[in-house]
Design a protein. Structure first.
Length: 203
């Protein structure tokens, strides 16, 4: 099975036909897709003016989309390296029990679903690397009351998410499933209250 870097080389290889280069970019998303596969593809297509179903898109746009994806992956890999170093130090110091951020991190190892978007069409519009930097900054500075990506405070607890953890806080501003470790207990409680109100209004 080809890795991310070999697939990226195929996207850039001008000897390959456009259909294969597009396919290789889609396969890259099986290795790294911060919003989830479909939402990340929708994001890249929107930002780089690629028709999602176009089998022979402009090669310059394909490469630009890959560049954005690679920049975001570099940000995430640097974070994961720092995270792994921290856990080694903690274990060496006798801290074996993982924190809540560690539970979240295990589900996103490799960068898939780091800022998962439950709806493929609802995702942040900022560049992927910028979104990940904001998220990482929030993970490293402690919990707050707003979405770390768009700073919206309208966060609603959803019981019907399409992917694990199946329930969680969703930002109504940018569409990400907000990692619980970046929210205060009061913000989580407010999101759950908002979620109950939404259910009551539907019923």
């Amino acid at each position: 099975m080809a890795g991310f870097r070999s697939l990226a080389r195929q996207v850039r290889d001008t000897r390959c036909d456009l259909a294969l280069r597009r396919y290789s970019l889609r396969k890259c998303l099986e290795r790294f897709a911060p919003y989830g596969h479909r939402a990340t593809w929708d994001h890249l297509c929107a930002r780089h003016s690629i028709e999602p179903e176009d089998r022979a898109p402009d090669p310059a746009r394909l490469v630009a989309a890959l560049d954005e994806l690679e920049q975001a992956r570099a940000v995430w890999l640097a974070y994961e390296e720092g995270f792994a170093d921290r856990r080694k130090r903690e274990k060496h110091d006798g801290l074996r029990r993982p924190a809540s951020i560690d539970d979240w991190h295990r589900r996103t190892w490799g960068g898939n679903g780091v800022a998962r978007c439950d709806s493929p069409a609802a995702h942040p519009s900022a560049p992927l690397d910028e979104v990940l930097r904001r998220l990482i900054s929030a993970l490293e500075t402690g919990p707050g009351a707003a979405c770390p990506v768009c700073t919206a405070t309208a966060i609603v607890w959803r019981q019907d998410l399409a992917n694990e953890p199946w329930t969680g806080p969703v930002c109504t501003g940018c569409g990400i499933v907000v990692p619980q470790p970046v929210l205060t207990s009061e913000a989580v409680a407010a999101a759950k209250k908002a979620g109950r109100q939404d259910l009551a209004s539907v019923a």
